[in-house]
Design a protein around this ligand. Structure first.
Ligand SMILES: *[C@@H]1O[C@H](CO)[C@@H](O)[C@H](O)[C@H]1NC(C)=O
Ligand SMILES: *[C@@H]1O[C@H](CO)[C@@H](O)[C@H](O)[C@H]1NC(C)=O
Ligand SMILES: *[C@@H]1O[C@H](CO)[C@@H](O)[C@H](O)[C@H]1NC(C)=O
Ligand SMILES: *[C@@H]1O[C@H](CO)[C@@H](O)[C@H](O)[C@H]1NC(C)=O
Ligand SMILES: *[C@@H]1O[C@H](CO)[C@@H](O)[C@H](O)[C@H]1NC(C)=O
Length: 516
């Protein structure tokens, strides 16, 4: 399983929208408790007409939802429609493809401006309908009671209407996953109750409007995968409720504002894949709530601040693909106790692999390294890291260890077999010497094993034949000798996997001339 902050974010947004809190107890089914013994009124003719206007705008509906929109009482069996039991007014319209069927079923058509007639609407959700195209109707601005507007996962195009700023009750806005272009409307900065803005995966451009500094309740801002540019706004540091900021995959430039480091509630920060330069602010270690921090794919330089190692809740850290230099940070205390996935690859980091692992060791009294069971993924590949792999006492949770493309020397400790959960081990392109420990045959979860381009000598241990799950292996470019383990998969890999050694033989190479 590839742990991804984006997945968690998607879950968070789904939970936030399900079902709208505003309408609990107002559903037509609960009319008897809300309105006493009086029968609930029929749906308002005005609302019914507005809904039928929407239905008319949808040419094809393979979800079957709109087929239920028949008969006079829109508050009864019309799927996705929720009425206030006392007044018969529609308070929520929630149209979503059934979870298991996202992508298989769709609605094709446009969002009718008639939706603007649902004047008591508090929640409007048209999600994952895939083929709802055209513009967001400006008439939605008439829905002054609207608290939730989710139009994500459609094909909407054009600009975000400025008139949405008239939705003074709006708290949750998601327009993610459409084809919207133009800029963020500055007017939205006046919608002071906004808690969530998600416009990810569109074609929006320009800067974040300065007026958004007034969105003091904002907790969730996802602008990921657009064409935004300009500076990362320093005023984000004033929005004290901020929990998630995702600006990834845009063209933001300049430096990371130190003011961000004052956000005590921030749990997720992604600035990945932008054009950010300068250094990582040294105060980042004060972001105590941080769970995930991604700044990969920028042009950051300078050292990794040691304070980062003190983040107690951080489980995802990605700094891959920058110009970071200086020694790997090593902490005094136990570093990053919650860490699950750490990627420092493709930088210019120096320092000692042994010291890094030692600072991640959860048992400081043990001379050997004890990695937390939680740690699953560690990638420091393509740097200038030296040192040697240290003795390991425990680390069965680790599934991915990539230290390739560094200057790591020493021998492979036979205790590497303590990493019994390892699925991918890449130590290629280093200066590792000595023999391949036979204990590695105990690492039966291995699927990917790359020891190529080191200075290994001796044989490939015979009992590697136990490693039947290996799908990719390379021993190329060492000083290995003797018979390749003559069992699958080792005798079936391409010859290139064994090339440029001293005297390896046996399938897939030519047969050995003498018995090794
Ligand atoms: C924020 O709101 C205040 C008070 O309404 C206003 O004076 C100020 O201009 C707003 N800030 C921005 C950047 O629009
Ligand atoms: C980045 O955004 C572009 C559109 O701006 C999109 O095509 C691409 O898939 C995104 N990449 C990632 C990794 O999300
Ligand atoms: C870190 O980011 C890079 C791309 O910038 C990506 O290829 C890599 O998979 C990420 N690492 C992890 C552990 O998610
Ligand atoms: C830590 O290591 C020491 C020395 O190896 C050992 O005696 C102790 O039991 C270990 N503590 C834990 C919590 O594993
Ligand atoms: C592999 O072989 C070595 C030496 O022959 C032995 O000590 C070790 O226990 C073996 N390991 C497995 C998993 O068979």
């Amino acid at each position: 399983m590839q742990l991804s902050p984006r997945l968690l974010r998607v879950l968070a947004i789904l939970l936030a929208a399900l079902p709208p809190r505003c309408c609990a107890g107002h559903h037509a089914d609960s009319s008897s408790t809300v309105a006493g013994d009086r029968p609930s009124p029929p749906c308002s003719p005005a609302d019914r007409a507005a809904l039928l206007g929407f239905k008319a705008g949808v040419a094809v509906d393979t979800t079957g939802i709109l087929a239920t929109w028949a008969g006079g009482d829109c508050c009864g069996a019309w799927e996705g429609v929720t009425c206030d039991a006392a007044t018969g007014r529609v308070v929520a319209l929630q149209l979503e493809a059934p979870k298991a069927e996202v992508g298989r079923h769709y609605m094709q058509g446009v969002l009718s401006a008639s939706l603007g007639g649902l004047e008591f609407l508090e929640a409007l959700v048209v999600r994952d309908m895939a083929r709802i195209a055209g513009a967001i109707p400006a008439a939605l601005a008439r829905l002054t009671r609207l608290r939730q507007l989710y139009l994500e996962g459609n094909m909407l195009s054009g600009a975000i209407p400025r008139s949405l700023a008239l939705l003074r009750s709006l708290q949750y806005l998601s327009l993610a996953g459409n084809r919207l272009d133009g800029q963020l409307p500055p007017e939205l900065g006046a919608v002071s109750g906004l808690e969530q803005i998600n416009v990810a995966r569109n074609r929006l451009s320009g800067a974040v409007p300065p007026s958004y500094e007034n969105l003091s309740r904002l907790a969730y801002l996802d602008l990921g995968s657009n064409l935004f540019s300009g500076a990362v706004p320093g005023f984000l540091g004033q929005l004290k409720n901020m929990a998630l900021v995702d600006l990834s995959n845009n063209s933001f430039s300049g430096e990371i504002p130190a003011s961000l480091c004052t956000l005590r509630s921030l749990t997720d920060l992604s600035l990945s894949h932008n054009k950010l330069g300068g250094q990582i602010p040294t105060q980042m270690g004060t972001l105590r709530s941080l769970n995930s921090l991604a700044m990969d794919g920028n042009m950051l330089v300078g050292p990794i601040p040691a304070s980062l190692l003190g983040l107690q809740k951080l489980w995802y850290l990605n700094l891959s693909g920058n110009g970071l230099s200086g020694p790997l940070p090593t902490g005094a205390g136990i570093a990053l106790p919650s860490m699950v996935s750490m990627d420092l690859s493709r930088n210019r980091l120096t320092g000692d692999i042994g010291q890094l692992l030692r600072s991640l060791s959860v048992n400081r009294t043990s001379p050997q390294i004890v990695l937390a069971q939680k740690l699953e993924h560690l990638d420091v590949s393509e740097n200038k890291i030296a040192g040697a792999l240290p003795d390991l006492a425990r680390g069965a949770g680790l599934r991915w260890l990539d230290i390739s493309g560094n200057a790591i020397g020493g021998q492979i400790p036979s205790s590497i077999s303590k990493l019994s959960g390892l699925e991918r081990l890449d130590m290629s392109r280093n200066r590792v010497r000595g023999t391949i420990p036979a204990s590695m045959a105990e690492m039966v979860r291995l699927r990917w094993l790359d020891l190529s381009r080191n200075e290994l000598v001796g044989r490939i241990p015979d009992n590697f034949t136990r490693l039947t799950g290996v799908r990719h292996a390379s021993f190329r470019g060492n000083k290995l000798c003797g018979q390749i383990p003559q069992a699958r998969p080792f005798n079936l890999f391409r010859a290139a996997a064994y090339a440029h050694n001293l005297c390896l033989c046996g399938k897939p190479l030519p047969a050995c001339r003498k018995i090794w």
